[in-house]
Design a protein around this ligand. Structure first.
Ligand code: ADP
Ligand code: MG
Length: 417
């Protein structure tokens, strides 16, 4: 698990944001039945804030006097936390604001972060109200870890921040199409998956990424100090992406080996990949040091995926994609990597279904599926070719079109217990 940073003081003052419409529309009932007494007994002084509409929470945390709160806790699905994180990073004092400990209680239909926090605690998988009670206890323990955030550039929207996932293709379509089944709770994704399987299609586009290196812990140093010695190229890199049939596709990832030769070439590439102002002109939040503007060619040390026909692209930075989908089994909240998955076109419906069924236990990587590719990256760029489609960030629809993303290690704080 991630490194514990601190512990919430007692008594602890929490703002508890509840979306009464999330999931089956029972978040307030769940709060009354399971959380209120638990928090009172644990000495958590909490103020209930019931959200009234979309972006209410975002506006609220943007203006809030944060010195009044030891933590901000979200009881909803992942969508409400996405608002809160973006609201915090839109503040002029974002650097301080984003260090406010954040907590999550599953009240929605997409409770991926809650399931991830429960998973990080080492407990065996549970769902629905058991997951809520577990997350409640973890909040009462009040241990705080760091959480990575990923900054995402779209072609014309302002930069946004993501704590969970970026999806295109099958997963994004299922996520959005299944909103109409919200009344069945977390099962909405199972229903949506079956419906989408019936009309399985191919998504065309170009995908590229900056591989994560083994010593990505030291990347901050690498970034700030151009003279950092870059020794043996082989030992400083992670193994090639996990391909289920490595022999067939390893040649596709040749550019991977070009990323680190010597001090000199490192310097050259650094200047090549120094972002121009247009890539970082967002008014607040940390600058993106790995990205060049979307309309410029990729830096030389990026890997371009050879395939252009996909069934899905999924970038994850937490373990769970949904309560019962362990998409990135070895992810922790602050590993500083984006777990990139893609499924190449040509996969059969049965094989894709098998992948999702295996994902319930995080066993999809062991299914020997030749169409699934998994690799760890620090930044990525996606350029879909078709004029229309769906891209989701943390389960929310964003502007469709070319995008790029970069991970910011440990930028936020998460109560993991
Ligand atoms: P779910 O997992 O059920 O989708 P989310 O937390 O993702 O739950 O919330 C879904 C959306 O509902 C979010 O985009 C959020 O902004 C919005 N929202 C928040 N409060 C309300 C409200 N009172 N009425 C309607 N929508 C709301
Ligand atoms: Mg949602």
């Amino acid at each position: 698990d991630g490194v514990l940073l601190s512990e919430l003081s007692r008594p602890c003052r929490m703002m508890l944001l509840v979306n009464p419409q999330s999931g089956k529309g029972q978040a307030l009932i769940l709060y009354n039945n399971h959380i209120q007494r638990m928090f009172n007994e644990a000495g958590i002084i909490h103020t209930l804030v019931i959200t009234e509409r979309q972006n209410h929470a975002r506006e609220l945390v943007k203006e809030a006097d944060l010195s009044q709160w030891d933590a901000l806790v979200i009881m909803s699905g992942d969508g409400l936390l996405y608002e809160v994180i973006n609201g915090l990073l839109e503040r002029p004092d974002w650097e301080e604001a984003i260090r406010t400990p954040l907590g999550i209680l599953p009240g929605g239909s997409g409770n991926a972060l809650a399931a991830s926090v429960h998973h990080y605690s080492g407990a065996s998988p549970v769902s629905s109200e058991e997951l809520l009670v577990s997350c409640g206890f973890l909040l009462c323990k009040g241990l705080v870890s760091r959480m990575d955030l990923v900054s995402i550039h779209l072609s014309s929207s302002p930069r946004l921040f993501s704590f969970l996932s970026l999806a295109w293709g099958f997963v994004a379509d299922v996520d959005i199409e299944s909103e109409k089944y919200r009344h069945v709770g977390a099962a909405r994704f199972t229903v949506g998956t079956l419906v989408r399987l019936a009309s399985l299609r191919v998504y065309k586009g170009r995908l590229a990424y900056l591989p994560a290196t083994k010593d990505h812990n030291n990347q901050q140093g690498l970034r700030n100090n151009m003279t950092v010695h870059c020794n043996n190229q082989a030992s400083s890199l992670t193994p090639p992406p996990v391909l289920c049939r490595p022999s067939r596709d390893s040649s596709c990832h040749n550019t991977f080996h070009n990323s680190c030769h010597s001090n000199n070439s490192l310097k050259v590439r650094r200047s090549e990949s120094t972002p121009s102002r247009s890539a970082t002109k967002a008014p607040s939040g940390p600058p993106d040091s790995l990205l060049v503007p979307l309309d410029q060619p990729l830096p030389a040390n990026w890997v371009v995926v050879p395939e252009e026909d996909f069934v899905l692209m999924l970038a994850m930075y937490q373990s769970h994609l949904a309560e019962d989908l362990l998409a990135a089994p070895d992810a922790v909240s602050d590993d500083g990597v984006i777990h990139l998955f893609y499924v190449r076109a040509g996969i059969s419906r049965t094989a894709l279904l098998r992948l999702f069924l295996a994902m319930e236990k995080g066993a999809h990587l062991a299914t020997n599926c030749q169409h699934l590719v998994h690799t760890k990256v620090r930044a990525l760029r996606l350029e879909p070719y078709s004029p229309k489609g769906i891209i989701t960030v943390d389960g929310e629809v964003v502007e469709y079109g070319p995008l790029q993303a970069e991970v910011h290690r440990g930028l936020s704080r998460l109560i993991t217990g």
